[in-house]
Design a protein around this ligand. Structure first.
Ligand SMILES: CSCCC(=O)C(=O)COP(=O)(O)O
Ligand code: MG
Length: 240
């Protein structure tokens, strides 16, 4: 079934929407897990790393004297629970950037994704990303897919630091403001119903991705239209 979608901007989630959760957990999290401790210890003068470590200690209730091993144990717990904590995402992003740059990481997107994004871009639809993964991680991911470098397709990248938590309406209001777009001209595509609820509550158009085998495939998407493939979306840019 085709879903008509009138929008100037299409904003995509990553995990469960453009790539499989197994790619994120099996490729990216597994790459980060054994490397986080060394990354922290090898970058003692990096303010971003020090700030993230400080935030981990605060969020986990660890003392200021907590060792790297104690901090890493918390990061591993968060990854096991897929907790989208901002300092974890910052540290993962730095490790992944290194992995992509050294040819050790490539991400496979769902097969429908690159063709759909390219066709929407060609048709004049502006594209952006909103993911819990850090902006640095988002850019590196789309630059290193098995479909090639797709970064030229995107005009904006948003994460929980520059926008806010994905289940809160304020994040979608901030993104609309940053893009200079009216809510009704924005469409958000995600696999998580609560994220769609938040975007729809402030006037965005939303479509749920219920892809077979994904954690939210059988979830209740409420009133939101759902699809299992981006190729089923017929995006139309409204004429002025
Ligand atoms: C962009 S980095 C890899 C994905 C990631 O770390 C993540 O947490 C994805 O979560 P999403 O909000 O895209 O479902
Ligand atoms: Mg997702």
């Amino acid at each position: 079934m085709t879903i008509p979608l009138t929008a100037r901007w299409v904003v995509v989630d990553i995990e469960g929407t453009v790539t499989a959760t197994k790619q994120v957990h099996g490729v990216l999290y597994d790459y980060a897990r054994p490397r986080l401790g060394a990354w922290i210890d090898d970058h003692p003068d990096d303010a971003e790393v020090a700030g993230a470590v400080r935030q981990v200690r605060e969020l986990a209730g660890l003392p200021d004297t907590a060792t790297t091993a104690e901090v890493v144990a918390v990061l591993h717990e968060w990854m096991d629970a897929d907790r989208k904590a901002a300092p974890l995402k910052t540290l993962q992003g730095l490790v992944w950037q290194h992995g992509y740059a050294h040819g050790e990481l490539t991400i496979a997107l769902f097969p429908d994704v690159a063709p759909a994004l390219r066709s929407w871009h060609e048709a004049g639809v502006s594209l952006a990303v909103f993911s819990s993964g850090s902006v640095a991680a988002q850019v590196a991911l789309f630059a290193n897919t098995t479909d090639g470098d797709l970064t030229a397709l995107f005009s904006g990248y948003f994460d929980t630091v520059n926008a806010g938590p994905k289940r809160e309406t304020v994040a979608y209001e901030r993104i609309a403001e940053r893009l200079g777009a009216a809510a009704e001209d924005l469409a958000f595509l995600s696999d998580v119903p609560a994220e769609l609820d938040a975007a729809a509550a402030v006037g965005w158009r939303v479509v749920g991705l219920a892809r077979p085998g994904e954690p939210f495939a059988d979830a209740d998407f409420g009133p939101h239209p759902t699809t299992d493939s981006l190729t089923r979306l017929q995006v139309v840019v409204p004429q002025p």
